[in-house]
Write a protein of this length. Structure first.
Length: 505
């Protein structure tokens, strides 16, 4: 008799169905696992043997062969412990094949038989649903997270013995009830009102958030660039149901969470010493990098020129395609990377080039070398470049009552612009900032004056085709703020201000 148990494993951003087959023959009591499993799967033999024994169940004294199909798919992780144990219990006659009809199993076993949380539980559940399984058995710690996937019964299990008794009909495990989750209110979120001055930067922040445009803040130390960047994530709307699934999947695969559900927009701030693999993703077992963990949120790169040139250049493709493709010998994995890039930089190594109150100590050559760390193609992918000046010290300590009126105005403005975009594009995930060139030509109408101004500015500034379309998309967002159906010359004029040269102050 050959027992068959269905399980699943996260493969990249998706999940794949795996069939665990077990066969028992007379011979020396051994377990052999075939099917291109790695060392952690090979070690599951000992975990399963101990878990079955310590659950007061009988481990068969036979030669057992376990096959993980499809055999050509590389398999990794401890997800297979539970289905292997169930398959052994079936082939030994302690359970029946009909006991597990329409069910999928996944989980790591401890030596005592308890189930430990696993990575990628939501990916596994999604794959089980696509397989048209009626239910899935997961570690108790992962069950709530798995309920984000609708249309499949999720049953959380604490131990192998508990599951065995449930399948035998001696006890009943209840289905996990989904919990409606929403973004939690921050106790003391940073508000725009807390930033003194910087009216242009605040305006640019609202435009960037409303249209999902990438933004670079350029200015001396202490100008408030980092604070402005941290405010931006609180201007974004809460994650929708589908967005919660996507972000939770990515953070679970990366091992950032176990059974939790991601309810807040990601804000990732990797250090400038982070390797390209850490930021882009990859490794021997390709994992999501910082750009994927920032999916549907914000990637904050503080002091942009301090990052390695190879890391910055590797950002070019994800910024354009909103996803990253990682190719390895065993295959190719694609992770989503639809993030807002918020970056800051100083105008020079010492930070005070062009500052009115403090003299710069850098040479012209040092300033040029520093600024040239950012290539033209990378800057082309940034929609708004804003020069931020230092605020006078007297303004920093002024007695101003924070009533958060600016923050409320910003939230209302962003909500209004998003409504305009939804009505225009008929898709909730389409924003002005991620329109393609063909979509810009088809959906954005410019007045004659706006066209003439844009054409004249393009010739004078020697804009690339990408920068040309960036200006149109930013102008479209500004027009949405003004409730204008047609992009006017004044909207283009303001958008051009945000293409300021890095060195101009």
């Amino acid at each position: 008799m050959v027992a068959k148990v269905i399980t699943a494993a996260p493969i990249g951003f998706e999940g794949a169905i795996i069939e665990v087959e077990a066969d028992a023959k007379s011979g020396l009591p051994t377990i052999q696992i075939v099917g291109m499993g790695n060392k952690s799967i090979d070690e599951s033999k000992e975990r399963v043997r101990s878990a079955i024994g310590n659950s007061l169940l009988q481990f068969p004294a036979k030669k057992i062969t376990i096959n993980l199909a499809p055999a050509e798919l590389p398999k990794d992780g401890a997800y297979f412990d539970l289905p292997i144990a169930i398959a052994i219990l079936i082939v030994s006659g302690q359970l029946r094949q009909q006991d597990i009809t329409d069910s999928v199993f996944a989980g790591e076993l401890s030596l005592s038989g308890d189930l430990r949380p696993i990575r990628g539980a939501i990916n596994i559940t999604e794959a089980a649903k696509q397989h048209k399984a009626a239910r899935i058995y997961l570690p108790l710690a992962n069950a709530l997270q798995a309920t984000l996937i609708e249309g499949i019964e999720v049953i959380g299990v604490a131990s192998l013995k508990e599951l065995f008794l449930h399948l035998k009909g001696e006890i009943r495990l209840e289905s996990t009830v989904p919990v409606v989750v929403s973004e939690l209110e921050l106790a003391n979120p940073p508000f725009i009102d807390e930033v003194q001055g910087q009216d242009q930067a605040k305006r640019a922040l609202i435009i960037a958030t409303a249209g999902r445009h990438n933004i670079l803040l350029n200015g001396p130390p202490g100008a408030g660039k980092t604070m402005l960047a941290k405010i931006l994530v609180n201007l974004l709307p809460p994650l929708s149901y589908s967005e919660q699934i996507a972000t939770t999947k990515l953070h679970s695969i990366a091992g950032e969470i176990d059974g939790e559900i991601v309810t807040r927009r990601p804000f990732r701030s990797p250090h400038h010493t982070a390797s390209p693999v850490a930021i882009i993703g990859g490794g021997n077992k390709p994992k999501p990098g910082e750009i994927s963990l920032a999916h549907l949120g914000v990637l904050f790169l503080d002091e942009l020129p301090e990052y390695s040139r190879s890391t910055l250049e590797a950002l070019r493709q994800p910024l354009e395609d909103k996803r990253v493709s990682i190719a390895r010998v065993n295959g190719r994995i694609v992770y989503p990377a639809d993030f807002m890039l918020v970056a800051t930089m100083n105008p020079c190594p010492c930070g005070y080039a062009g500052d009115d109150s403090k003299e710069c100590t850098c040479t012209s050559q040092q300033i040029m070398t520093y600024q040239k760390k950012l290539s033209g193609p990378l800057l082309d992918r940034i929609d708004l470049i804003v020069n931020v000046s230092r605020v006078p010290h007297s303004s920093l300590v002024s007695q101003q009552t924070l009533n958060n009126t600016q923050h409320a105005y910003a939230l209302n403005t962003i909500k209004k612009v998003m409504t305009h975009q939804l009505n225009r594009y008929k898709r909730s995930f389409q924003y002005n900032g991620n329109l393609s060139a063909s979509e810009v030509r088809r959906t954005i109408e410019l007045s004659d004056d706006a066209r003439r101004l844009l054409s004249k500015a393009s010739d004078k500034l020697l804009l690339s085709a990408r920068a040309y379309f960036k200006i149109i998309k930013v102008a479209r967002t500004i027009a949405d703020i003004d409730d204008s159906e047609i992009v006017q010359a004044k909207h283009v004029s303001e958008a051009l201000q945000y293409r300021a040269d890095i060195g101009s102050r």
